[in-house]
Design a protein around this ligand. Structure first.
Ligand SMILES: Cc1ncc(C[n+]2csc(CCOP(=O)(O)OP(=O)(O)O)c2C)c(N)n1
Length: 933
């Protein structure tokens, strides 16, 4: 078969039977502890029973063999019963009974089907015929729920699930009231979509039509979650069915949604922002079941499928942290997925990997896949190589409940079981609800172009309420009048709400409530103060210094680390020479002392990629760890070595910061350029989240950056990418050159009364640069963050003929070159904060330089990268405003380049020297030349 163009010949991938068959031999049996545990004693007992009954030796042997064969049959159903479960409401996927689920396969011929076999309590039988055994197994494992759980190593977990699924009494039972409630929610789900379709003909709503069993099922998650100790649920989901969830699960007022359909804004008009389409919006509410209140939030999300997942988990983690919910039982993450997206998007694997990590776990996520068996127009056999969309979850041994979406009781039962399991074992669990999509990808889309057979079936397929309604009528739980009554009542309610929507106006935006109260927007006099008091008093600084440089009794640190600690102590003692890592540690310590929390997360962040941070001291004799910053208090300090993920971890930290404005949350890239693996989070959340959804965020991104000859990667954190995203005061981009300025910008992040994401290009060589140090006084008193820094050795303002503006470590190289050349006409000003651009201090400085002849923007990045295209306009504007003679800045830097940096050390050095000379005007013929090789 041509793997690129060929049609798959085997039919739908889930119908392929390629599981290894477990042979009835001692080797295979020996591999499975549960089998040995169960089969061996049962066989022994069967023998004993037969002997006691005075059977012949041959009959005793037969009894033992029967028992073992029966155990194998039972085990096979446990492993593979799901393959024969009745899952597809449309009946389109050909799922035949695999051979090893037949009694013949296990040695029971037609004449042995009614022989009594000793089971010793398995399936709830002491003795049973093969016929009885198969009937129970069929009911347990091949009904409307197909359970996959035998991939779980933990026997207790397996048994937990087995106990709830297996046995002759194991059937789904709801009370008549429970059944009525389920039907009522299905009716609401269906009627809601119908109502929207009627009132807003041709408008996209990405309806749930065909998957409405999800509505009572989510209701069950809330209800049973509450009973099992859940106090808060954070939901994340894509567009499909979202309006239904908002209205019928989250209890967002129907009138609010109708008003949005009519073009109204979700928030008062005067709060500004771009707004977002209604099927991306979030909401929160409290719901109560039988006296138990559960707080619900549904996070807003972008169109990018699955991108919200890590954000949900980060938010959950923050909430668990704030509540002291160390077991993770109080806050539950629920992620709803489409089948194609769940199987296709790599972020799903990233967030699954979080589930059991100490720094990122949330006590298990409940995943619900709306498996409508199509993704846009793509059928599953072209969308994934795995049998089910849920197979990715096996990487964390999550149990998977496949369930037929036409049976709302089964779906509700699956959710109830899932919540119970999650609360008990604190692990991920998946519900894969097989359903269908009644219309196209959206309601205006024609699905029969691509799925004619499926849609021929769907056109005649009755809605869930018809199927389930008929069942409940037959059971005598409701009658037709009850159903009609519910429909009429709910439709009347929607009509009322529809009328009310005409005058509906959202009265306030909800963004500074709860943990955010007291904080506000940067454009108000009350909360908008830009700078903040970030200096420490000397006594505090010295006390923090003591904590940061004291090795506790009993800790044997590495000898190189001891030298680093001694050097740090000397900084505090002498009051000079504070390096980058010490400045940073002092910032974190100061925040903890001010009762802010700090959470730093990234690959190898504990030690620091460049062996600079050493925030975790590891005992060299027994490996135990000591974190001096965690001793400062009262605020909490945590540093987490993250899994090797960018998208997932950055999203997680964004989510954490979304929930908790009192924690300085920092995500650190190993090298800045790796952040592009998280571009979705940067574009869709960090840069635009506030504008779209009115959700502020104080996340800090630390991005190692600088041209040091390390090659095309590892050099550039791509500052241009962030700058291009800057507008409307959405975030801050900085590149600090002194430890003290870095210290202040970190502290400023918490000490202001508003929150904005902060992107910092952080240094590599400057971590150990002799000149890149600060005195203690720069951390104290009324010292503060400086958006511009002039070099201390600058000529007097009147002598300045050339002003070189730059950002980052190149400033040191420029200064050194200027001073070596004895140049007394050039001033070098470092732009420490690139956005918001510090126009007014720059204008002020320009005005003080009456003899200016040239203004240069110097950068080490290629011309098409770095800052130039962003700052050029700002600098020009400042020149005009200052009224100086110079009209435009001149560019000095690397030529435009496809690759961010050269991989050749010699060429790097030549380029660097040339751009510095060019910036300083020292020699006009040293323009950067690309050496042809
Ligand atoms: C990351 C990403 N890629 C592509 C799309 C475009 N897109 C929107 S919905 C969709 C199909 C999703 O299928 P599935 O996950 O099965 O969910 P369904 O729409 O069927 O509920 C696609 C491809 C997107 N929104 N996000």
């Amino acid at each position: 078969m041509d793997i690129f163009d060929g049609e798959r010949e085997q039919g739908p991938s889930w119908a392929r039977d390629n599981w290894p068959v477990v042979e009835l031999d001692p080797v295979n049996a020996g591999l499975d502890p549960t089998l040995m545990e169960i089969a061996a004693p049962v066989a022994r007992q069967a023998k004993a029973e037969a002997k006691a009954a005075g059977k012949s030796d041959a009959e005793v042997e037969q009894a033992a063999r029967d028992a073992i064969q029966a155990m194998m049959l039972i085990r096979t159903y446990r492993v593979r019963g799901h393959l024969a479960a009745d899952l597809d409401p449309l009946g389109l996927s050909q799922r035949e009974l695999p051979a090893d689920l037949t009694p013949e396969f296990h040695g029971f011929g037609p004449d042995s089907l009614d022989r009594k076999i000793f089971l010793g309590g398995t399936l709830g039988f002491q003795w049973a015929t093969v016929r009885e055994i198969v009937a129970v197994l069929q009911a347990n494992y091949c009904g409307k729920i197909g359970l996959e759980y035998m991939h779980i190593n933990d026997l207790e977990e397996r048994r937990f699930l087995q106990d709830r699924m297996e046995g002759r009494d194991a059937e789904i039972r709801f009370t008549p009231e429970g059944k009525q409630a389920i039907l009522a929610k299905v009716i609401e789900g269906e009627q809601w979509e119908k109502f929207l379709a009627r009132k807003y003909v041709g408008t996209k709503r990405f309806g749930l039509d065909g998957g409405e069993s999800m509505v009572p099922a989510l209701e069950a998650v809330i209800k049973y979650g509450g009973q099992y100790g859940v106090q808060e649920i954070v939901f994340g989901m894509a567009h499909r069915g979202r309006l239904n969830v908002l209205a019928n699960v989250m209890a967002k007022p129907y009138r609010a949604i109708f008003s949005e359909f009519a073009g109204g804004s979700a928030n008062p008009e005067d709060v500004g922002g771009s707004g977002d389409v209604k099927y991306h919006l979030g909401t929160s509410s409290d719901r109560e079941f039988e006296g138990v209140k559960v707080h619900l939030s549904l996070l807003p999300n972008p169109s990018h499928l699955e991108a919200v997942n890590p954000v949900v988990l980060g938010k959950v983690r923050a909430s668990q942290t704030a509540r002291g919910d160390r077991e993770g039982t109080q806050v539950l993450p629920v992620l709803l997925h489409g089948d194609a997206a769940f199987a296709g998007q790599g972020i799903v694997a990233e967030i699954m990997a979080f589930s059991d990590l100490p720094g990122y776990g949330t006590g298990g996520t409940l995943h619900f896949v709306i498996n409508n068996q199509v993704g846009f127009t793509t059928s599953p056999q072209f969308a994934r190589s795995s049998p089910y969309p849920s197979d990715i979850a096996k990487m964390v041994q999550a149990p998977i409940l496949h369930v037929n979406g036409d049976d709302p009781e089964a779906v509700t039962f699956a959710c109830k079981l899932a919540v119970e399991y999650r609360q008990e074992y604190k692990r991920d669990i998946v519900i894969d609800m097989w359903c269908y999509r009644r219309f196209g990808h959206n309601e205006g889309d024609e699905p029969s172009f691509t799925q004619p057979l499926m849609y021929a079936e769907i056109r005649t397929h009755p809605p869930i309420s018809d199927i389930y309604g008929a069942r409940l009528v037959a059971e005598g739980v409701v009658d037709r009048a009850w159903i009609d009554g519910r429909i009429a009542e709910f439709t009347a309610c929607l009509e009322n709400e529809f009328e009310a929507a005409k005058s509906y106006l959202p009265n306030k935006a909800d963004w500074f409530e709860g943990r955010w109260s007291g904080l506000g927007r940067p454009d108000t006099p009350e909360t908008g103060r830009r700078n903040a008091e970030t200096g420490l008093d000397e006594e505090t600084a010295r006390d923090l210094g003591r904590i940061l440089t004291t090795v506790p009794q009993g800790l044997t640190v590495h000898k190189t680390l001891q030298r680093i600690i001694d050097a740090r102590r000397a900084m505090f003692e002498t009051g000079v020479g504070f390096d980058w890592a010490t400045g940073e540690a002092l910032a974190f310590a100061g925040l903890a002392r001010d009762n802010y929390n700090v959470r730093l997360s990234g690959q190898d962040s504990g030690r620091g990629t460049f062996s600079q941070r050493h925030s975790v001291w590891v005992d060299q004799t027994d490996g135990h760890k000591y974190i001096p910053l965690a001793e400062v208090g009262p605020g909490r300090f945590e540093v987490r070595d993250s899994p090797l993920s960018e998208f997932g971890v950055l999203g997680f930290e964004y989510g954490f910061a979304l929930s908790d404005p009192h924690t300085l949350v920092l995500w650190e890239a190993q090298f800045g350029d790796f952040a592009n693996g998280a571009q979705v989070i940067i574009d869709q959340f960090i840069a635009s989240g506030e504008s779209k959804w009115l959700r502020a965020n104080g996340l800090v991104m630390l991005l190692p950056h600088g041209y040091e000859g390390q090659g095309p990667e590892h050099s550039s954190a791509r500052p241009e990418r962030y700058l291009q995203l800057c507008a409307e005061d959405n975030m801050q981009v900085a590149n600090c050159t002194t430890p003290a300025n870095y210290f202040h910008i970190l502290r400023r992040q918490m000490h202001r009364e508003f929150r904005k994401p902060l992107i910092i290009m952080t240094p590599k060589s400057l971590l150990r640069h002799k000149a890149a140090v600060s005195p203690l006084s720069d951390f104290l008193g009324d010292s503060h963050f400086r958006r511009l820094i002039s070099d201390p050795n600058a000529p007097g303002d009147a002598e300045v003929k050339r002003l070189v503006l730059c950002s980052g470590k190149v400033a040191y190289e420029l200064t050194e070159a200027r001073d070596t050349a004895g140049d007394r006409n050039t001033a070098i000003v470092r732009v420490e904060q690139l956005y918001p651009f510090p126009s007014e201090p720059l204008v002020e400085r320009l005005r003080r330089m009456p003899n200016l002849e040239e203004v240069v923007w110097a950068q080490e990045e290629p011309r098409n990268n770095g800052y130039w295209t962003f700052v050029e306009g700002f600098v020009e504007q400042c020149l005009a405003e200052a009224g100086v003679r110079v009209g435009r800045p001149r560019y000095a830097g690397r030529v435009a380049s496809a690759s961010p940096a050269t991989g050749l050390a010699k060429r790097h050095a030549a380029e660097q020297a040339a751009l510095i000379a060019d910036a300083l005007g020292h020699s006009s013929d040293t323009a950067v030349q690309r050496v042809a090789e």
